[in-house]
Each structure stands twice: as structure tokens, then as C-alpha cells.
Design a protein around this ligand. Sequence first.
Ligand SMILES: NC(=O)c1ccc[n+]([C@@H]2O[C@H](COP(=O)([O-])OP(=O)(O)OC[C@H]3O[C@@H](n4cnc5c(N)ncnc54)[C@H](OP(=O)(O)O)[C@@H]3O)[C@@H](O)[C@H]2O)c1
Length: 341
Amino acid sequence: MNSESNIKIPKLYFDNDANLDLIQSTKVAIIGYGNQGRAQALNLTNSGVDVVVGLRENSSSSAKALNDGLVVKSISDATQWADVISLLIPDQVMADAFNSEIKESLKINQTILVSHGYNVHYKQIQPPDFIDVIMVAPSGPGKQVREEYVNGRGIPNLIAVHQDYTGNAKDIALSYSKAIGGTRAGAFFSTFKEEVETDLFGEQVVLTGGIPKLIQSAFKVLVEAGYQPITAWFVCYYELKTIVDSFHQKGFAFMNKAISDTAEYGGKTRGARLINDSVENEMRTILKEIQTGKFFDEWSKESEKGLPNLQKMRENDRKTLIEEIGQFVMNQIANKTIIKK
Ligand SMILES: NC(=O)c1ccc[n+]([C@@H]2O[C@H](COP(=O)([O-])OP(=O)(O)OC[C@H]3O[C@@H](n4cnc5c(N)ncnc54)[C@H](OP(=O)(O)O)[C@@H]3O)[C@@H](O)[C@H]2O)c1
């Protein structure tokens, strides 16, 4: 038995574990109508929940929400109307909006719901003690949350309770998860701290940091060695999707069965050389920066200054050969597909 087999697997909650009546008997304000706002508002509405969308004055999202048949109110009116207030605006503006338009309007027994615990965990949002504060975080983008729901499926949800004033916080969270399709796929309980720290770590080390950087470096090494950029792009970038789809569906063992022995042997021996102790140590340093709030402070300062470093990095990325080749090939493939049709 290896050490991993001793790990306690958390309980997964499915539709039978959640009571839809709870959320159906409340009024839900969805603050923001972007990626998650639109998906969750429409899924809740289709699940028989009374929903209003709360938007700032002259919001560009207003027409979309009205067009989808939803009622739109100002953020403070929506807050006063609702039992559950779901904050679905960008994390970097959420605390300001909460403090200026929501906090003062809150009443006893209401619920604040978030889909990411960032502002609560880092104390940018300090809710009064007479309300519930919960998280229902879909493990996927809003578009998928909606598409899966419409197709009778769902996206798994991470659920957490930060403050349970009413004693019903857990049940409300499960009920909301059921209404957006989360418990169709499975929901599990975590904490705000765990969600925030692991979410940032996953992004930085794997999803939006490690993988893109690995692809860019591998592409650079091949091109520097004299190989055609188009060939380098196909092997280091394009083929990634097939591999990810394969292990995402059924695990690494399944992926290994679908590839050649040469690919498996080369991958296992060279992969371990590449992602070695020094990389793991850097991962530990990155995790510490998240846990101690160092990353939070850095990102807050960058946001306050209007994102100068992020803009510069975006500009640099736009000019890279891998982007140019990618755009060129994708455009060619798209044109070809259109012509064929
Ligand atoms: N992206 C995802 O799919 C995803 C996945 C899991 C969790 N989450 C979490 O879900 C939450 C929402 O993320 P999102 O990606 O859905 O956000 P988003 O699409 O960027 O949100 C856009 C909406 O927020 C409104 N908004 C923007 N700035 C505002 C401000 N200063 N005051 C009031 N309203 C403002 C916009 O209205 P206007 O038209 O007026 O600009 C628009 O309706 C975040 O906590 C995020 O971490 C997101």
C-alpha cells in the first residue's frame, strides 16, 4: 500500500443529498452578469428560483440580462430585495462594490454567496456577523456551467461555509449548488482558505503559469535548434489538447495506454529530469508566498497602479513567434473549414 492510498477521500454530494426547495423558497440576487453571473442566473431561473440581476448604473451587461428575460435592479436595490446575494463580479473590484453598495443594505439572516473566496479569505470583505457567508465555486468557466446544465449535466462544485449565522448555511449552499447543476456532477466541502490557496497555486504552478511557460520554452528550444516553427508549434502546443483530453477523461494510466511505449518511456524518464527537486522547491516557495499573503500584497499593489507590469507582459506575449504561428495556423484551418462547408 503506498502512502497516497491512505488519503481520506471526501464525501461527494449529489442531487439526492440536496434539497432544491430551500433555494426555491428564497429570492436570489446575482450581482454581475458576466461569465459566472449569466450562467448561474439562467441555471437558477430554469431550476425554478426567483432571480434578480444587480448591476451598476449604466452597466453594459444590462441589455444582455434584460434580453435573457431577467429583471435588473441596482446593486443596492437587488441586495435589499434578496435573501441570497451572489457576488459574481471580478475579484479585484468586488471588495469596493461590497463596501460601497452592499454592506450597508444587509439585513439579518441574509446570505452572501461567492464563487471564489479571495476577498473573504484576504479580509477585503468583512461581512457583518448577522448573515451567512458561503461559497459555491464551480470547477469550470461560466460558459461550461451553462452548457452542461442545458445538456442535463453539470460542473462539479466546491462548497464552503465561512459564517453560519442561521444554522442553515450548509443546506442553502447545497441547494444553490443543485440549482446551478453542481450536485448533478458532484459537490464537495472545503474551506475558504483551502479553496483560495489551492486555486491560486493551481493557476500559478500548473494552469496559467507552468503549462504555458513549459510550452513556450519547449517551442523556443526547438526553433533555436533550427526546426521549422510550424513543426515546433504542432508538437509542443497543438498536440497538448489530445493528451489533456485523454488523461482528463480517465486518468494518466488510460493516457499511457493510448500512446506508444516510446512516448511513455521517454516521457517518464525525461519528465522526471525536467520537473525535478529544484522545480518542486520553487513550487513550495510559490505556495508560501500565497499562504503568507506576499502574493496578495504584490497583486494588490499592481492592481492599484493600473496593472503596468501585466500590460507590459501582455504586450511582450503578443509579439512572440509562438503566438504568430498559432494565429496563422488557426486562421488557415478556420478558412479551410469554412471553404469546405
Ligand atoms: N471566470 C469564471 O468562469 C469563473 C470560474 C469560477 C469562479 N469564478 C469567480 O466568479 C466571480 C465572477 O467572475 P467572472 O469571471 O464571472 O466575472 P466577470 O465576467 O468579469 O464579471 C463581469 C460582470 O461584472 C460587472 N462588473 C465589473 N466591474 C464592476 C464594478 N466595478 N462594479 C459592479 N459591477 C462590475 C460587469 O458589469 P458591467 O457590464 O457594468 O461592466 C459584468 O456584469 C469571481 O469571484 C471569480 O473568481 C469565475
